[in-house]
Unconditional design. Sequence first.
Lengths: 112, 115
Amino acid sequence: EAQVTQNPRYLITVTGKKLTVTCSQNMNHEYMSWYRQDPGLGLRQIYYSMNVEVTDKGDVPEGYKVSRKEKRNFPLILESPSPNQTSLYFCASSPPGGNEQFFGPGTRLTVL
Amino acid sequence: AQSVTQLGSHVSVSEGALVLLRCNYSSSVPPYLFWYVQYPNQGLQLLLKYTTGATLVKGINGFEAEFKKSETSFHLTKPSAHMSDAAEYFCAVSESGTGGFKTIFGAGTRLFVKA
């Protein structure tokens, strides 16, 4: 089944404890992206990637890192999480042309 | 710079009534425009998209949207609402960036459907 998977789906952590949210797609898509969703703000793009080793900042990149070493994986790294990063995170991928995006199920992160 | 404005954070309609969700955008280049739907506790799912060509775009579940360049609008409609349409709807605009496509989403409109 064609899909985007994220792990973990739920995570509660404490301030300053490094964490990684994994994202993987099995559709051979070149383009991948991370978003955070907050009430009343919709989805805001954190980082996106056109292909392996090619990434660019979205609108809210502060406090986040990404890497794209393989085409199928696009992990989101929080080196030192803070409470304002408590949010619902979505990974997405797109076929060549970067048009419609296929979204993962989301990761709900709580930073205490 | 791109931006997306969705008018109305909540819209309530009766079952069988017309659904109209409003979206206005700004973009410095010809945009790609999208509507996505999010059901509770799920990710987003594409409803329809406009890239080039025909300005009236038909999507899944009976939804359609019309790209009006002069009004910078891309409103979503459905002639007859169904209970299963209750969800949150997001309008989005996309442009080509250096590393791919930078996408801006609106704040979302939650649709309620009354029996």
